[in-house]
Write a protein that binds this ligand. Structure first.
Ligand code: ATP
Length: 149
């Protein structure tokens, strides 16, 4: 299914803003619409998991950036929150893994979000990169092949 990715992000961001009353900036780098071939519902689910983490682990405006690099479309979900230590980065996609359980954290969770995200990404054929700096913030990048229209 060929999706207009900009429309899909706009819908997801709007729904998320309404549900959680959080500021989200959506920046489109391209001035023409971008398309990828993937499952609409599952991609929305994926975006929702990353937006939900950005919401839980940061207090400031969340940014979403859509653009393309060579022949790939990228979607970045950027937060300026607590970040993840590099030792923990390889483990956060494991089931039930939560960083620093002892530190008092107001946000609950089960540690399943990212494990599910990885399964969804594999199922729909998109790649995920996670970049994070402890104390500075986290950027999740979703990548897939650009479909020229
Ligand atoms: P849930 O299953 O409800 O999503 P969770 O947020 O604990 O709970 P994951 O989404 O799998 O579970 O994330 C695993 C861990 O990775 C989190 O507990 C958190 O420590 C860390 N993490 C994930 N996203 C971020 C982020 N944007 N900023 C900082 N830490 C994060």
């Amino acid at each position: 299914n060929q999706l207009n990715i900009s429309n899909l992000i706009n819908q997801t961001v709007k729904a998320f803003k309404n549900a959680y009353h959080r500021e989200i900036d959506f920046v489109e780098v391209n001035d023409t619409p971008l398309f990828i071939e993937t499952d609409e519902k599952k991609l929305k689910q994926l975006l929702f998991i990353f937006l939900d983490n950005a919401r839980k682990y940061s207090d400031e405006t969340i940014s979403v950036e859509l653009g393309k690099d060579n022949d790939e479309v990228y979607i970045k979900i950027i937060d300026t929150g607590i970040g993840i230590h590099e030792c923990d980065l390889p483990k956060v996609f494991d089931r039930f893994y939560r960083v620093d359980k002892a530190r008092s954290r107001k946000q609950g969770g089960s540690g399943l979000g990212l494990a599910l995200a990885k399964e969804i990404a594999d199922a729909i054929g998109v790649r995920i990169n996670l970049d994070s700096v402890l104390g500075a913030g986290t950027t999740v990048t979703i990548l897939n092949k650009n479909i020229e229209k």
